[in-house]
Ligand binder design. Structure first.
Ligand SMILES: C[S@@+](CC[C@H](N)C(=O)[O-])C[C@H]1O[C@@H](n2cnc3c(N)ncnc32)[C@H](O)[C@@H]1O
Length: 238
């Protein structure tokens, strides 16, 4: 079978390689707030997304001593699939996302389940002013790879945490770009050692990693698994 060139200049070899091989890569597709707005209504229909949220929540439970006085931020919350499972184990939770469509769904879930400790905020920490309130816990699931400036967001997370506060980041391990497609302008997961170093450079102590989930994707040549890590780190106590 002949190789195919698409109009992004990406060549996909039709041999038995398990992932696309790229000769010229220039990411051209942005997954912006409008993209996530368009996905919001169907988000919770995906059993993989629901299971991923439950598995990450379970790992956070085991890594962090949660309690009802703990204030939390779920950054890039989507429809809240990570923080809804934790809502009875922490105090006030702010669910923040740059997608108004995602937040509409969250607000409907808060209202229909009569949840008293969750509020929402449309927020992009790369362009909006940093909120003045601070938190004991920040959780974020599958969002870091959408944020271009990792070092900046880590520093902002540090500023948003109270002394002794916990940061829990769940995201993809480093991959070759095939998770989203090589034309999509996102980080291709993260190398754990490098992200740990960057997290320490942002002022956190003891970043530690565990594998919490694996996402299986099907390609022409078979199925491929993308592991998801949870990194747990702490802002130094005062
Ligand atoms: C892959 S989804 C994950 C949603 C949810 N955390 C989950 O695990 O189901 C990424 C989410 O991050 C949000 N997002 C992307 N870039 C963002 C940014 N710069 N600031 C805030 N949210 C962002 C998107 O709108 C989307 O809801």
């Amino acid at each position: 079978m002949a190789n195919r060139v698409n109009n992004n200049g990406v060549i996909r070899f039709s041999n038995n390689l398990r992932s696309p091989q790229t000769i010229m890569t220039k990411p051209t597709t942005q997954l912006d707030a409008a993209h996530f707005d368009s996905k919001a209504r169907q988000w919770d229909d995906n059993p993989v997304f629901r299971e991923r949220g439950l598995k990450i929540a379970q790992a956070i439970r085991q890594a962090v001593p949660l309690h009802r006085e703990m204030s939390a931020l779920d950054y890039g919350c989507g429809t809240g699939l990570l923080s809804f499972p934790l809502k009875d184990e922490v105090g006030a939770i702010l669910l923040a996302d740059s997608s108004g469509g995602m937040l509409e769904v969250v607000n409907e879930k808060i209202a229909s389940q009569d949840v008293a400790n969750m509020t929402t905020l449309q927020l992009d920490l790369l362009s909006d002013p940093t909120p003045t309130r601070t938190f004991d816990l920040i959780v974020t699931s599958m969002t870091l790879h959408h944020v271009p400036d990792t070092d900046h967001i880590l520093r902002v997370f540090h500023d948003l945490l109270n002394p002794g506060g916990y940061l829990c980041i769940a995201d993809l391990d480093q991959e070759d770009g095939s998770f989203h497609g090589i034309e999509v302008d996102v980080h291709h997961g993260f190398d754990r050692d490098e992200l740990g170093r960057r997290t320490a450079d942002a002022g956190f102590s003891d970043p530690s990693f565990q594998t919490v989930f694996s996402i299986a994707k099907q390609f022409e040549n078979g199925t491929r698994d993308y592991p998801v890590f949870l990194m747990n780190a702490r802002r130094a106590a005062a």
